[in-house]
Write a new protein. Structure first.
Length: 149
């Protein structure tokens, strides 16, 4: 139990540490190559996408790992897994349709580069389909680290 806990802590700390180090290493290069204006556009679009991710998560990353960890029944874990994935797909579809309706019927959104938005939207799809909360619930965080690296 204690060995598993230490392994999970090491996995998550190393993942976050690598994410921060990579971001710090790449930032000057991106600003120099893209320029301040284009880099600012990308960061702005990422912030819009991050709102999508926050709404789609809807607290699943907080509540669901506990529910999965408590239950030992694989059938119940499967039901929890499928219900959360279906809810996230429904929320993602609703938000996407809402954004497209706003984008199509509002001409004041000319500051949004739809091609860049579509490319960054892959982050939303990845958030819906990659069950970080499930791996936290079954206490196998090394899978999260390996896949994200």
């Amino acid at each position: 139990m204690k060995k598993n806990l230490l392994k999970n802590i090491f996995s998550m700390v190393s993942l976050k540490g690598l994410e921060y180090l990579l971001a710090l290493a790449i930032l000057p290069y991106l600003v120099r190559v893209l320029g301040v204006e284009k880099y600012g556009t990308i960061v702005f679009m990422q912030s819009i996408i991050q709102y999508f991710v926050i709404i789609i998560d809807y607290g699943f990353n907080i509540i669901t790992p506990r529910r999965i960890a408590i239950t030992n029944d694989l059938l119940e874990q499967g039901e929890i897994f499928s219900s959360v994935i279906i809810c996230k797909i429904i929320l993602g579809t609703f938000l996407t349709l809402l954004f497209l309706i706003i984008y199509l019927f509002t001409f004041s959104l000319n500051f949004i580069d739809i091609k860049l938005f579509a490319a960054l939207y892959l982050n939303v799809i990845g958030n819906i389909m990659f069950p970080i909360w499930f791996f936290q619930g079954i206490q196998k965080m090394e899978y999260i680290t390996v896949i994200n690296i």
